[in-house]
Write a protein that binds this ligand. Structure first.
Ligand code: GMT
Length: 380
């Protein structure tokens, strides 16, 4: 099949999943075109069968805001023309990717191209909650040939907030289950914890929903109980606040800000546990990454996280329950057999439920269904 994947290129879960899907589909023999405003970070190396198309927006003094939605739609239509027609445009994230993809399908107008929209979370829970986007999101979802969501929670939330009768298929996110992926240099514990301290890790885009100050506060309590280090991976608007709190709580020597990393399997190799105290998470891809790397997870009982982190793989608490999370962290760090057992069960769960080899065929089956449906309608 000839498939265009539209996604964000940044270090967020939706871009990661879209890029991994694109690579997997290309390996399976599909012709894959990735369209975005920059090369997604996971696709910077050469991948046979995969092409990247950059959306460029001409600046013009009249435009107060660059018209990215239109540029993306135009680029998709151009890609369809140049490659001889697209079977599927698969948009990851509703705003504006699915809206542009809808427009592109109308411009292409061949009747051949199907639109698949995958919802990732904030496109429904945050962006979608903005009344100004409400109608355009509902319209696009209803006009998509198929809509998928990454968790039961998100599918239900989408139906509740947008369209009660909308058919939303749940196709969960997936991970690469290889023990040592190419480019993973491994990591040296001594560099972060020279005296054998425990290592707690947080990985995110440092948005307000991630509650990074809770990460620091949990760590402060753990630090009072035992020698430990906290490693932050990622970059975003709340990083400065986190750094300030680290200074206020006198933790500077024990906290490492690693910055944005393309490979998180490397750092996770040194983590004893992952902290994810988010107030919203439709899935929690970093929790799954931790699990596949045998790292137990301490997270919040919200959104799609309970579908990923089961009690054998970690501990879940109410949002803001810093004391509960710190208590569980201390317990885990003091009880090595428990930590190891949770790591092993977390990996087993990740491999049996969320391996790429399980999830990729579900997307392929969906593409086959939407394209077949159309052919059958034309033939009939
Ligand atoms: O967390 C974000 O704001 C980024 C967003 C994204 O687009 O990458 O993450 C969402 O999609 C991920 C991949 O499906 C999910 O794992 C995250 O849980 C989800 N984030 C939220 O729902 C807050």
């Amino acid at each position: 099949m000839r498939i265009a994947i539209v996604c964000y290129p940044t270090h967020g879960g939706s871009g990661v999943v879209a890029s991994e899907l694109a690579m997997g589909l290309a390996r399976t023999g599909h012709e894959v075109h990735v369209v975005s405003y920059a090369t997604p970070f996971r696709l910077r190396r050469f991948h046979p069968g995969l092409r990247f198309h950059e959306v460029e927006i001409a600046s013009y003094p009249l435009f107060r805001f660059p018209p990215y939605t239109l540029g993306l739609a135009t680029k998709l239509a151009e890609v369809a023309d140049e490659c001889g027609g697209l079977d599927v445009i698969h948009a990851h994230y509703a705003v504006p990717n699915a809206v542009s993809a809808f427009l592109a399908r109308e411009i292409i107008g061949s009747g051949r191209t199907r639109l698949v929209t995958t919802l990732h979370g904030t496109d429904i829970t945050l962006v979608g909650a903005d009344r100004s986007f409400d109608r355009v999101i509902r319209f696009t979802l209803e006009r998509s040939d198929a809509v998928t969501a990454v968790s039961d929670y998100l599918a239900e939330r989408t139906r509740r907030d947008f369209s009660p009768n909308l058919d939303v298929e749940v196709i969960p996110n997936f991970v690469d289950i290889r023990e040592r992926r190419p480019g993973n240099e491994g990591c040296a514990r001594e560099a972060w914890a020279p005296n054998g301290e425990s290592i707690l890790m947080h990985i995110s885009n440092f948005r307000p929903v991630k509650r990074v100050s809770d990460v620091v506060r949990v760590f402060e309590r753990v630090r009072r109980a035992l020698p430990a280090r906290l490693v932050f991976v990622g970059e975003g608007p709340e990083r400065l606040f986190a750094q300030q709190l680290v200074r206020e709580l006198d933790l500077v020597g024990d906290v490492i800000f690693l910055g944005q990393q393309d490979d998180i399997q490397g750092p996770l190799g040194c983590a004893d546990l992952l902290l994810l105290p988010s107030e919203q998470e439709s899935f929690g891809l970093t929790a799954l990454e931790a699990m596949v790397n045998r790292v137990p997870v301490i997270a919040t009982r919200i959104g799609g996280l309970p579908e990923v982190v089961t009690p054998d793989a970690g501990f879940l608490f109410d949002v803001g329950d810093v004391g509960g999370m710190a208590g569980a962290a201390v317990r885990l760090l003091r009880d090595e057999p428990l930590r190891r057992a949770m790591g092993v069960s977390g990996r087993a769960r990740a491999v049996s439920r969320f391996a790429r080899s399980r999830i990729l065929p579900r997307y392929e089956a969906l593409y086959a269904r939407v394209t077949e449906r159309e052919r059958a309608a034309v033939a009939g």
